[in-house]
Design a protein around this ligand. Structure first.
Ligand SMILES: NC(=O)C1=CN([C@@H]2O[C@H](COP(=O)(O)OP(=O)(O)OC[C@H]3O[C@@H](n4cnc5c(N)ncnc54)[C@H](O)[C@@H]3O)[C@@H](O)[C@H]2O)[C@H](O)CC1
Ligand SMILES: [K+]
Length: 213
């Protein structure tokens, strides 16, 4: 398994090679990603799981978050989903995960004050897809996460951190730990990203394969 940290472009290339050339469906990769986050939350950290709030964007990072919410829910953990994405922009995988969460009747809200009642926050707003400074309700949600007392576990990247440079894109989540998928990311090892990531866990048993072509 490749050891050094990679860029968003490399990650996207390996993802699409794994999905389109090897043939592993993206939802399978999403499930393996979410299982890695669930395992870290249930097994690796002594965490207060009284009330987990999953903050979900509308892309595949958010899709990972909804997947984690379902996995924690069926493990008996009390979970609420705080949606901050634009539902009109939801990715295909996000829509699949949202339908599953609705089947399990997992509470969903858009009211950020839920964060004041969280014992653990899962940050699933943006991952490697961040491509511009964070503004508006996304920025407000990140500020609310940083101001709440809960422990924060970031999915793939702390939301707001540039995957390739580690810079804060306006505002970024200050995470207790970050579970990043397949390979470490350059932005987690340099600049502010190193501080914002907290403890880095590389979930490298993902089924995502590097390719030299
Ligand atoms: N690596 C793997 O094996 C897997 C990774 N997965 C997860 O997929 C995300 C990447 O998903 P993507 O949909 O490409 O992007 P994001 O979810 O990070 O962002 C969503 C969307 O947001 C838009 N956007 C970017 N910057 C901003 C901004 N500042 N304000 C508002 N909106 C913004 C942009 O259009 C993005 O597309 C990866 O991190 C993993 O979590 C897969 O689950 C499968 C396995
Ligand atoms: K994130």
């Amino acid at each position: 398994m490749k050891q050094e940290a990679i860029t968003a472009e490399q990650m996207r290339h390996y993802d699409s090679y794994t999905i389109n050339t090897i043939g592993i469906p993206s939802l399978v990769l999403m499930e393996r990603a979410a299982l890695a986050v669930r395992d870290e939350i249930l097994n690796a950290f002594p965490l207060n799981l009284d009330h987990v709030v999953v903050v979900a964007g509308s892309g595949n990072n958010g899709g990972d978050g909804l997947d984690v919410a379902r996995l924690l829910h069926i493990a008996g953990v009390r979970v609420t989903i705080l949606n901050v994405g634009n539902p009109d922009h939801a990715s295909a995988e996000h829509q699949v995960q949202d339908k599953i969460c609705q089947y399990y009747q997992i509470p969903q809200t858009r009211d950020r004050t839920i964060l004041n009642r969280a014992s653990l926050v899962v940050d699933a707003m943006f991952g490697i897809g961040i491509d511009r400074p964070v503004k508006g309700n996304y920025a407000d949600a990140i500020t609310a996460i940083n101001n709440c007392p809960a422990v924060v576990i970031a999915v793939d990247m702390p939301s707001g951190i540039n995957t390739d440079t580690g810079e804060v894109m306006g505002v970024a989540v200050k995470a207790t730990a970050t579970v990043t998928f397949a390979f470490n990311k350059v932005g987690l090892t340099t600049g502010d990203g190193k501080d914002y990531a907290g403890r880095i866990v590389i979930a490298d048993d993902m089924g995502t394969y590097a390719t030299d072509n």
